[in-house]
Design a protein around this ligand. Structure first.
Ligand code: ADP
Ligand code: MG
Length: 658
């Protein structure tokens, strides 16, 4: 059931106009005068109706309702003017080429748009839900709520975001992350709505309601994206509008001028119509959206979502990149490496820590929860949990107030974190989390996280494509920041540690004095910096909702190299827009000069004008083929939920400098 789209209609009309032109041409060649005249006349009527009427009608509607002068109107007026001065055949050629170019544009831009719209068809209609009595029922996917358990049969689409409870198998996540390799999933791993279960039978616990699943967020991002227009797009609209009016007036003036210069009114009108075609800004107006739409759609297919063309243009200008550490440069899949419980009851201590971390979205919390699950412990119920981004959490259990967080948070609570029993934890270059009641510390755990496998290559690629400065900003301890930074080739001055969310904002603002800053982050603690940066880039699928909201770009893949690809794509888009504008303006200057000072025939003006428009659109469409996911060059797909391999040592030439 395929609906008849606007691009189908414009294609049908332009074919009809083409047939009309063929008929008219046949009429001109036919040696029998009577029928020949009829044939030519009928052909011309078909061309003017199929090629001119819809555009003219639409343009008049625009003029009437929105008070904007559609450029298409110029073409229709020029064709009518040609017909009036006894050159209807040339007017017909204009209309046929004009409608063919329009159909081509509609198709091309439609293709770019469809790639994005395809996202929306990924959601399955129904889900198999386990009911309490052990049975399985098929229910509408929209009725799923967090906590439901659904069964995924091989080949089924995942009906909601969730975590695997039982079973294992490969999942194809290409349509969300752009990752072409199947990702293997085991209990505890996250799965995303709209991805395809390949081979295993999985029990999945639903974790997010349908309205805030990853794919729902993507769809929202894309719809917002379409509403937000790039500055250069707005400029070409603004310019197109003013310019169209100027061309209209110019043509009238030129007509008067040609009459005054001694042309008869036939000749003057013909020349004015030629000028009208030559000076029409169709190519200028289409040059920006053709490039931007293609790039947005190429990026979306590679798992990089831009919130509009403006984000694309800003990313192209970014000279400084600031990266959050935990969950951005590192996998965020930390492991617990040491436990020091001061009263010796390790299980009780972990159960309490797990209780307070149960409601946190932080990677640290997830690591602690995993540890507890593996040990088969039951977290202690903790209420009134409040998060202090960049520091830790407070809450209350049956006994009283509790807190968990870093050393700075401990001292905020009046506690001293320098007990000798913590030395083994604090001496290693790991993240340390303390748990305490008021001024009394109950114990601490240390956690270690590894750099992402794709991080070194991504940083090198960014540097290669002209990024001048790359820095790391983290709320974690300096020792950890230095260890991860060294593995990624950062020099010490480019590593900023112990930062509160506000410190990240201030640092981004300071960097902003020397050019556009991109901030890449994933956490709640990064949201303010993401919003403050010229361009915020959120780690989408693994990151927090707030980060995605605050950012201008969401990276749905775990592969950081996509970011470098996206940066290159953005720069290429900016280049193609410049080429397009130069081409469009150049062609127009040549044609207008020809129309004013040389006897440029109307058909030649038409061919030059429409040819330029088509060229500009095709040039923009080249971006559709810019691979954000090059299978050969991208790092091999890493299961987003399994620890990535540690990064290879950085090559000196690839190392980011401070
Ligand atoms: P990053 O900037 O590296 O992403 P954050 O700013 O989120 O790190 O966190 C900084 C530090 O604050 C962490 O290293 C940790 O010590 C502490 N912290 C933050 N959130 C929590 C939490 N939920 N539980 C315990 N400690 C936390
Ligand atoms: Mg983070």
């Amino acid at each position: 059931m395929k609906s008849f789209s606007r691009s189908d209609l414009s294609l049908a009309l332009s074919i009809l106009a083409g047939l009309g032109l063929a008929l008219a041409a046949a009429g001109l060649w036919l040696p029998v005068p009577g029928p020949a005249g009829w044939l030519a006349g009928a052909g011309l009527v078909i061309v003017y109706l199929a090629g001119g009427l819809p555009a003219g009608w639409r343009a008049l509607g625009e003029l009437w309702q929105r008070r904007v002068l559609d450029i298409d109107l110029l073409m229709v007026v020029a064709a009518i003017a040609a017909a009036l001065v006894g050159a209807p055949f040339e007017g017909a050629v204009l209309l046929v080429l004009f409608s063919a170019a329009g159909a081509l544009e509609d198709r091309a831009l439609g293709r770019a748009r469809r790639a994005i719209e395809a996202l929306m068809s990924l959601r399955p209609e129904t889900a198999l839900r386990r009911s309490g009595d052990g049975g399985v029922r098929e229910i509408p996917a929209a009725d799923l709520v967090p906590g439901d358990v659904v069964i995924l049969r091989p080949g089924a689409r995942v009906p909601a975001d969730g975590t695997v409870r039982q079973g294992s198998g490969g999942i194809d996540e290409a349509n969300i992350t752009g990752e072409s390799m199947p990702v293997s999933k085991a209990p505890g791993d996250a799965v995303f709505e709209g991805t395809v279960n390949l081979d295993g039978v999985l029990d999945v616990t639903v974790t997010r309601a349908l309205s805030d699943s990853t794919i729902a967020r993507m769809i929202r991002l894309v719809t917002e994206a379409q509403a937000a227009r790039a500055p250069s797009e707005r400029f070409s609209d603004w310019f197109g509008q003013r310019y169209t009016i100027a061309v209209m007036l110019g043509a009238v003036l030129a007509f008067a001028g040609f009459c005054w210069a001694g042309h008869d009114w036939h000749g003057a009108l013909y020349k004015a119509a030629t000028l009208l075609v030559a000076a029409s800004p169709c190519a200028i107006v289409i040059s920006v959206p053709a490039a931007i739409l293609s790039a947005l759609s190429a990026a979306a297919r590679g798992g990089v979502l831009f919130k509009g063309g403006g984000a694309l243009e800003t990313l192209a200008r970014a000279e400084t990149f600031a990266f959050d550490k935990t969950g951005t440069l590192t996998t965020g899949r930390a492991r617990i490496t040491g436990i020091a419980s001061l009263d010796g009851d390790e299980a009780g201590f972990l159960a309490l820590l797990g209780g307070i971390e149960a409601q946190s979205e932080h990677h640290i919390a997830a690591a602690i929860r995993r540890e507890i699950e593996e040990r088969g412990l039951q977290p202690v119920p903790v209420e009134d949990v409040t998060a202090f981004p960049g520091k830790g959490l407070t809450g209350r259990d049956g006994i009283g107030a509790l807190w968990a967080g870093n050393a700075a948070f401990a001292s905020d609570m009046g506690a001293k974190a320098d007990d000798a029993r913590f030395r083994p934890l604090t001496d290693a270059a790991g993240t340390v989390v303390f748990l305490g009641r008021g001024a009394r510390i109950l114990g601490a755990v240390s956690l270690a996280d590894e750099p992402r496998g794709s991080a070194v290559a991504a940083l090198a690629a960014l540097r290669q494509s002209g990024v001048r400065r790359i820095v790391m900003m983290t709320g974690d301890r300096r020792a950890v920041a230095l260890r991860i930074g060294a593995a990624l080739g950062f020099r010490a001055p480019a590593i900023h540690a112990d930062m509160l969310p506000q410190d990240k904002v201030d640092a981004v603002a300071a960097l902003g004095a020397q050019g556009h800053v991109a901030f890449v982050g994933d956490g709640v603690n990064d949201a303010a910096a993401l919003a403050r940066a010229d361009i915020g880039i959120a780690m989408g699928a693994g990151g927090s909702e707030v980060a995605v909201q605050a950012a201008d770009v969401a990276l749905l893949s775990e592969d950081l190299e996509r970011l470098a690809h996206a940066h290159r794509l953005a720069r290429r888009t900016a280049r193609i827009i410049r080429q397009n504008l130069a081409l469009a303006i150049g062609a127009m200057v040549v044609l207008v000069t020809g129309g004013l000072f040389f006897d440029l025939p109307l058909p030649l003006a038409v061919i030059g004008h429409e040819g330029g428009t088509v060229l500009v659109v095709l040039n923009g469409l080249r971006l559709l083929r810019d691979p954000i996911r090059e299978p050969g060059r991208a790092a091999p797909a890493q299961p987003p939920c399994a620890p990535e391999a540690p990064a290879p040592p950085a090559l000196p030439s690839a190392a980011p400098r401070g």
